[in-house]
Design a binder for this molecule. Structure first.
Ligand SMILES: [Cu+2]
Length: 242
């Protein structure tokens, strides 16, 4: 979790980090100022012997200016935050750059199932490679992920990518990512999805093109061997039935 917050390994992770920093600084500034003002007022206008309290309606001009001026500055900060947030939202959620490859991600209680294209590079063909709790991708490639859920709401979260997307039963949600560095990193479910939610952890292995090609070749061969074995078993069962 902590390593996910420190590392930033997708083409858009820096945009999200900068947005979070902007919100923290702008909101933090007004928070500290407001708290400091509150405590100063409490201290300065504390009860004193022989001093009567003053009643202010809040409508006096010299009082109103203390309310309105910060109000306008805060509205300005709101506009800055909205513009920055919409910019990042459009870049990540509204734009779908062309994919170099696609992977299917299926959440279920309580595991992640990944379907990768095999040696043919195309998803939903006979040589697809299926794994549980381990997603294998190549650095520098743009991936579309097709996110599904078998049962309840889950949320596909890859902290190093700053990626989080809900998985909804009955829907296929398409999103994208492009890894900018290699290594093994956390995948988590970010939506309470039942008693095993806390153990619904996976990992993403981001590989160099050579490493990834070797993994795809090896596993495509394993998939082919498994389907041949299954065919011969079915054939044998068929022969017995006859
Ligand atoms: Cu889940």
């Amino acid at each position: 979790m902590i390593e996910g917050l420190v590392h930033s390994l997708s083409s858009y992770s820096r945009d999200i980090d900068q947005l979070v920093l902007l919100v923290t600084v702008l909101v933090g500034f007004w928070f500290i100022l407001a708290e400091a003002m509150l405590f100063w007022l409490i201290f300065h206008f504390r009860a004193r012997h022989g001093v009567k309290s003053q009643y202010l309606t809040g409508k006096e001009k010299h009082v109103k200016v203390w309310v309105n001026t910060p109000h306008y500055f805060i509205l300005l900060c709101d506009i800055v935050i909205i513009v920055a947030a919409v910019r990042v939202w459009v870049l990540i959620k509204q734009t779908l750059p062309p994919a170099d490859a696609s992977v299917r991600v299926v959440g279920e209680q309580w595991t992640w199932v990944f379907q990768h294209p095999g040696a043919d590079g195309t998803l939903d063909t006979a040589d697809d490679i299926r794994t549980t709790d381990e997603l294998r991708v190549q650095v520098g490639k743009t991936y579309h992920f097709l996110l599904e859920s078998k049962d309840v709401l889950h949320s596909f979260s890859v902290p190093v990518f700053r990626l989080k997307q809900d998985a909804i039963p009955g829907r296929t949600i398409t999103g994208w990512f492009k890894a900018t560095g290699t290594g093994t990193h956390d995948i988590q479910c970010a939506e309470i999805c039942g008693i095993g939610h806390g153990v619904m952890a996976g990992r993403i292995v981001i590989e160099s093109p050579e490493q990834h090609a070797a993994w795809v070749t090896k596993n495509t061969r394993l998939v082919a061997a498994a389907s041949t074995a299954a065919d011969s078993t079915t054939g044998a069962a068929g022969a017995r039935a006859n």
